[in-house]
Design a protein around this ligand. Structure first.
Ligand SMILES: C[C@@H](Oc1cc(-c2cccc(S(C)(=O)=O)c2)cnc1N)c1cc(F)ccc1N1NC=CN1
Length: 337
């Protein structure tokens, strides 16, 4: 996510290195941009997950507008003894998120500051992350999966709409991947949203790769011009979205199975691409491949992608059948014939 850093630097104490949250900030300036939430309105309940940047908790926010009961929230916590870099990323994410408003972008509720820690409050997405969800949809024996191809396309359309909004507002996410998308619920009315706009989100460290000692980068979700030349544009996100399509239709496989990040860089730079997942139609696969064109300008934009996915979904109601083994074998047999 590219953001002009000089919007953020006023919040940071001049000194580098580790420092506690200095009371010297001009917090009134922040309030204009970001909603500051009093700490006594927040109840922290249980940990959701742990990352290198800090921890994420399930919590409750009291006295929210016209709500009678407290609002469930996700709380991203930054410990007080954190680096200047982490604090900067924290504020960049907060300032950025406070500008984004879209049904397919996770809502940012505000920040809470005290001398011990920084909290970033987000809409709680009860369905958890997209990668874990599609992995839970895998077949076990002959029990039909809880999702159909139609449902999988719906998830991809939701994410594409969120990406279209980012594209229109000239935001570059730089880490579009199924692990960074969340679901409002696991049930049939689930909505997928893009979340986690932190600069470095090594919540899943294994997917990030330290390239010649620099920042950790998610190579398997990046196009050649990004991992070779560090060039990031909206077409970087288009490539990543193509990988999400592959992740969703393989029900949560890790891209380029068995290949190291270094091998992937060589393979992709030579024109190598991911194979078509069993579950997915030829037209969905060709959409993925278009997202992986070598030249960024040859890749579609998110408006095209959203329209194309909606068309694919309309083309056949057959897709509403839940995925079962005999469906896979039937598709496969047809392919053989
Ligand atoms: C920051 C965190 O945000 C959230 C996580 C979960 C959430 C994530 C997983 C499981 C559950 S749950 C269903 O057990 O409450 C809720 C729900 N809502 C959030 N707003 C997050 C955003 C992402 F885009 C990707 C992963 C995570 N994390 N961070 C730590 C774990 N996931």
């Amino acid at each position: 996510t590219c953001y002009d850093n000089d919007t953020v630097t006023p919040f940071l104490s001049g000194s580098g290195g580790v420092s506690s949250i200095s009371p010297l900030y001009d917090w009134s300036q922040i309030n204009d941009i970001i909603h500051i939430i009093p700490r006594n309105k927040i109840t922290v309940q249980r940990m959701i997950g742990k990352g290198a940047f800090g921890e994420v908790y399930y919590g409750l926010l009291a006295d929210v507008a016209r709500l009678q009961t407290p609002l469930p929230v996700a709380i991203k916590m930054l410990p007080s003894l954190c680096s200047e870099q982490s604090k900067s990323e924290f504020f960049v994410e907060a300032v950025l998120l406070s500008k984004l408003r879209h049904p397919n972008i996770v809502k940012f509720l505000g920040i809470s500051i005290d001398e011990n820690s920084l909290y970033l409050l987000l809409e709680l997405m009860e369905g958890g992350d997209l990668k874990s969800f599609v992995r839970e949809c895998r077949l076990n024996g002959d029990v039909p999966s809880k999702v159909s191809i139609y449902d999988l396309l719906n998830l991809c359309i939701d994410v594409a709409k969120g990406c279209e909004y980012l594209e229109q507002n000239r935001f570059i996410h730089r880490d579009i991947a199924a692990r960074n998308c969340l679901l409002s619920e696991k049930g049939p009315n689930r909505v997928a949203k893009i979340a986690d706009f932190g600069m470095t989100k090594n919540v899943f460290r294994t997917n990030y790769y330290r390239k010649n000692g620099k920042a950790m980068v998610p190579v398997k979700w990046m196009p050649p011009e990004a991992f070779h030349d560090g060039v990031f544009t909206t077409k970087t996100d288009v490539w990543g979205f193509g990988i999400i399509l592959w992740e969703v239709f393989t029900l949560g496989r890790i891209p380029y199975p068995g290949k190291s990040n270094n091998e992937v860089m060589t393979f992709v730079a030579k024109g190598g691409r991911l194979d078509k997942p069993d579950q997915c139609s030829q037209e969905t696969y060709s959409l993925m491949c278009n997202c992986w064109m070598n030249k960024p300008e040859d890749r579609p934009n998110f408006r095209n992608i959203t329209e194309e996915l909606i068309q694919i979904q309309k083309n056949s109601d057959l897709l509403k059948e839940r995925i079962t083994n005999e469906k896979i074998s039937r598709d496969y047999n047809v392919a053989e014939i």
